[in-house]
Write a protein that binds this ligand. Sequence first.
Ligand SMILES: NC(=O)c1ccc[n+]([C@@H]2O[C@H](COP(=O)([O-])OP(=O)(O)OC[C@H]3O[C@@H](n4cnc5c(N)ncnc54)[C@H](O)[C@@H]3O)[C@@H](O)[C@H]2O)c1
Length: 261
Amino acid sequence: MSETTTVPRVVLVTGAASGMGAGHARALAAAGWRVALADVSDPGPVVAEIEAAGGQASRHVLDVTEPEQWTKTIDEVTAAYGALHGLVNNAGISRRMRFMDTSEEVWRQVLAINLDGPFYGIRAAAPLMRESGGGSIVNISSISGQIGYFSPSYSTSKWGLRGLTKSAAGELAGWGIRVNSVHPGLVETPLLAGADGFVESAVASVPLGRMARPEEITAVVRFLLEDASSYMSGSELTVDGALVSNGLYHRILTEMEGELS
Ligand SMILES: NC(=O)c1ccc[n+]([C@@H]2O[C@H](COP(=O)([O-])OP(=O)(O)OC[C@H]3O[C@@H](n4cnc5c(N)ncnc54)[C@H](O)[C@@H]3O)[C@@H](O)[C@H]2O)c1
């Protein structure tokens, strides 16, 4: 996006029918972005909500694992807005499955959605973003893409997305497109529904003492999409309440409370 852009900017958000993707879409629309919401589930209800609130949005049914569906979605965005300045690769699934329990099917499915999807998306969207004067791509990875995490498919997909981000950042810089990754820790969304024991134990390792609210991730996504981050590309932003940097010793010190002077 050129620094002098005055027309409303257009952003495509995947996985926008629920959870954080829907939250990003609502907040971006409220901030004046025209938002294309894409999801394998119908994002129509969220589009209706945005429109009722006075925002501009469009609905796109997209399975991110299918390259031809990406082509169709970008064609729809071109027809609707004639431009694209932002892409948020947010769609993702989690399988908290131990290494030896991970089947080929789960491995392939998680890699297909979490890693193939963003690759197809960047490849499909970049030419329109270039024609639009450049823009910003935000890939939603995870702290599981920064540390060893027990669930191999999820962790590998998120590490891969971090690498894809850095590769694309170099390649697309010449087209005026910035590419960065966001690494949330634990966030209160349906993705973690039913994982109460896991969440409770994990929060005990979070120095800030709680999960993130979805809007705390949205704020970082918006920062990376907009000109406030105009010199950032190939970067990764960790949004985890200090879990990765300090979680280990936070837990140790809590458990040893009173034993250390
Ligand atoms: N919730 C967390 O604690 C957390 C932490 C770190 C990273 N993340 C990442 O944030 C992103 C959003 O997570 P969330 O918690 O909002 O998840 P969510 O399950 O609430 O929403 C995910 C959305 O992706 C869509 N989706 C799934 N498969 C798809 C496909 N093949 N094509 C298109 N859309 C598809 C779903 O329909 C859903 O609307 C994911 O990439 C996730 O890995 C979440």
